[in-house]
Design a binder for this molecule. Structure first.
Ligand SMILES: *Cc1c(COP(=O)(O)O)cnc(C)c1O
Ligand SMILES: [Zn+2]
Length: 465
C-alpha cells in the first residue's frame, strides 16, 4: 500500500539515538535502543491551516465521516494516513462543559472550570480517540491481528473497533479480578478474545509486548505512537470549546501516561506552527496507590533533561519497588499502574508545559466523583482523580482561583457502577469495611436512598423530607 512517507515518519525519542523509521513499519519500540517512538511530520510538506478556527468550519459538513469524527476533523494535525485509509466510528464527538458547581468544590471562581466529557465516546472512554488512529495505522501496515493489555477501557475500545472493522481480530489481556464490570461486559459483548491473566496490569503489559514481538501482533497500547496522535485531538476540542483560547491548566489523570504525553505533543506542535501563542500547564494526577510518576518527579527529581533521562535512576527506582514488592492498588482501576509505559514522554510533556504532578487518595477520588456526578454527566473513579487533584492544587496555591482549568473526564460513569452504588448506599461503617484497605473511611457526599414501606403518606413524607 502506498503511504504518505513523504510527510510522516517515526523517530526514537532518545536524544542519544534519534533513529528514524518509515511510517509503514509496525513498531512499538525503537529497534535500535528499545526506547519510545514518536510519530513525526515534515510540516513544510503538510497542509496545515493558518488558523485553528478553520477546523470549526467542518462542523457544517457532517455527511463526511471524517468531518463527523471529532478526531479526523483535525486530520491536518495528524496527517500520517490518507483519507481513504481512515477507520472511524464517529469517535471524539465529546463536549466541554462549564461546571460551576464542581468549580466551587475545587475552590475555583465561577466560569473557571470546564469538564471535557470523554465518556461520551462510542465505547464510553477517551481510548476511542487513540484507537481510531491505531486501527488506521494497523490497516496501513497490513496487520492481521491485534493485541493489548488493559485495565478495562483499552480492551473495550479495541473490541469495538475490531468488531466494527471486522478485518483485524484482537486478543485482550486483562488482569485477574480487578476489571470493572462495565468494561469487561463490553469486551465480552463485542466478541473479542479475552484472556484473563493471573496477575495485574503491569504483568499483562509485559506479556503483550512479548506476544507482539514473537507473533508480530499489532500492539494497541499507548506505547503505540499512532494511538497518541489520535489522543492529541482531545486538546484541539478543548481549545475549540474555549473559542480557541488557551486555558491556564489542563488537568488529567495519569495511568500509562499516554494522554499526558499526547497532550504535551499536541500543544508543542501547535505552538511551533504558530497556531497558539503559549502552552497551557499540564497537571497530571495519580492515585496514592499507584504513584510512580509522583515519586519519580517530585522525590527522585528525575526530569526529561533534553532527551537524556536518568535511566539508572529510573531502573534503581523500579528495583526498589520490586524489592519492596510494591503493587499498584487503587479503586481507580484505570490508573492502577506502577510501570507507566509512557513515563519518559510524560516527563517531556511536563518540561514543555511547566507541568506538575499531584497525587490523591481513593477517599478524595470517590468524594470528587460524587461531586462531578452531582454537577453533570458523571465519570468513573479514575477520571475524578483529575478533579480531586485540581482541588488539591488550588488549596496549595499552585493553581490560582481565577485561572482557567480544563479537566479531562476520561471515562463514563457507567463503566464502574458498583463502586458508585456502594458509595451512595452503604453507610460509613459498611463502606469502611468493604473498602477500608483502600483507605476509604466513609462517603462525604453520599446520596443515600431512603427506604420506606408501601404507604402513601410515608412515601410523600420521604419525597418532601
Ligand atoms: C486509560 C485510562 C486512564 C489512564 O490514561 P493514560 O493515558 O494511560 O494515562 C485514565 N482514565 C481512564 C478512564 C482510562 O480508561
Ligand atoms: Zn532509539
Amino acid at each position: 500500500m502506498k503511504i504518505r512517507t513523504d510527510i510522516a515518519y517515526q523517530q526514537c525519542i532518545n536524544a542519544d539515538c534519534g533513529a528514524t523509521f518509515d511510517v509503514a513499519e509496525p513498531l512499538f519500540e525503537c529497534p535500535k535502543c528499545g526506547d519510545l517512538l514518536d510519530t513525526c511530520y515534515d510540516w513544510s510538506k503538510a497542509a496545515m491551516p493558518r488558523r485553528l478556527s478553520a477546523f470549526e468550519a467542518k462542523w457544517a459538513d457532517q455527511a463526511d465521516p471524517l468531518a463527523f469524527s471529532g478526531v479526523w476533523r483535525f486530520h491536518e494535525l495528524l496527517p500520517f494516513a490518507r483519507r481513504e485509509h481512515i477507520i472511524t466510528l464517529g469517535e471524539g464527538r465529546t463536549i466541554l462543559q462549564r461546571a460551576d458547581r464542581v468549580a466551587e468544590y475545587a475552590g475555583l471562581a465561577p466560569g473557571r472550570l470546564f469538564l471535557q466529557y470523554e465518556g461520551l465516546n462510542p465505547s464510553a472512554s477517551f481510548k476511542d480517540n487513540g484507537m481510531t488512529a491505531a486501527y488506521t495505522h494497523a490497516r496501513l501496515v497490513g496487520a492481521k491481528r491485534a493485541i493489548c493489555a488493559s485495565t478495562g477501557n483499552t480492551s473495550a475500545s479495541v473490541a469495538l473497533f475490531s468488531a466494527v472493522d471486522g478485518r483485524i481480530p484482537a486478543a485482550v489481556l486483562v488482569g485477574s479480578g480487578k476489571i470493572a464490570y462495565g468494561k469487561l461486559a463490553q469486551a465480552l459483548d463485542f466478541g473479542v478474545r479475552v484472556i484473563q491473566v493471573e496477575g495485574d496490569f503491569d504483568t499483562c503489559m509485559k506479556r503483550v509486548k512479548e506476544v507482539a514481538r514473537e507473533l508480530g501482533f499489532y500492539l494497541m497500547n499507548s506505547l503505540n505512537p499512532f494511538r497518541l496522535e489520535g489522543q492529541k485531538t482531545i486538546m484541539y476540542r478543548i481549545l475549540e470549546g474555549l473559542r480557541w483560547e488557551v486555558p491556564d491548566w489542563i488537568v488529567v489523570p495519569g495511568g500509562n501516561l499516554g494522554n499526558s504525553s499526547a497532550f504535551g505533543k499536541a500543544f508543542k506542535e501547535l505552538h511551533e506552527a504558530g497556531l497558539i501563542k503559549r502552552l497551557p500547564r499540564l497537571a497530571v494526577i495519580v492515585a496514592e496507590g499507584a504513584d510512580t510518576l509522583y515519586r519519580i518527579v517530585n522525590e527522585e527529581k528525575i526530569a526529561w533533561n533534553g532527551g537524556r533521562v536518568d535511566e539508572a535512576g529510573i531502573a534503581a527506582f523500579y528495583e526498589q519497588m520490586d524489592a519492596e514488592n510494591r503493587r499498584a492498588k487503587t479503586l481507580a482501576s484505570a490508573i492502577e499502574i506502577n510501570r507507566p509505559v509512557n513515563l519518559k514522554k510524560c516527563l517531556r510533556a511536563l518540561e514543555w508545559t511547566g507541568g506538575v504532578v499531584e497525587k490523591v487518595s481513593d477517599q478524595e477520588i470517590l468524594d470528587a466523583k460524587a461531586q462531578v456526578g452531582a454537577g453533570g454527566f458523571g465519570c468513573e473513579p479514575a477520571s475524578a482523580a483529575g478533579v480531586a487533584g485540581a482541588r488539591k492544587l488550588v488549596a496549595a496555591g499552585t493553581i490560582g482561583r481565577d485561572e482557567h482549568i480544563a479537566c479531562v473526564l476520561t471515562g463514563h460513569a457507567l463503566k464502574d457502577p458498583n463502586i458508585t452504588v456502594a458509595y451512595h448506599t452503604l453507610g460509613d461503617d459498611e463502606l469502611r469495611e468493604a473498602y477500608g484497605d483502600y483507605g476509604v473511611r466513609g462517603a462525604n457526599s453520599a446520596n443515600k436512598p431512603i427506604v420506606v414501606e408501601d404507604n402513601l403518606e410515608k412515601i410523600i413524607a420521604a419525597i418532601q423530607a
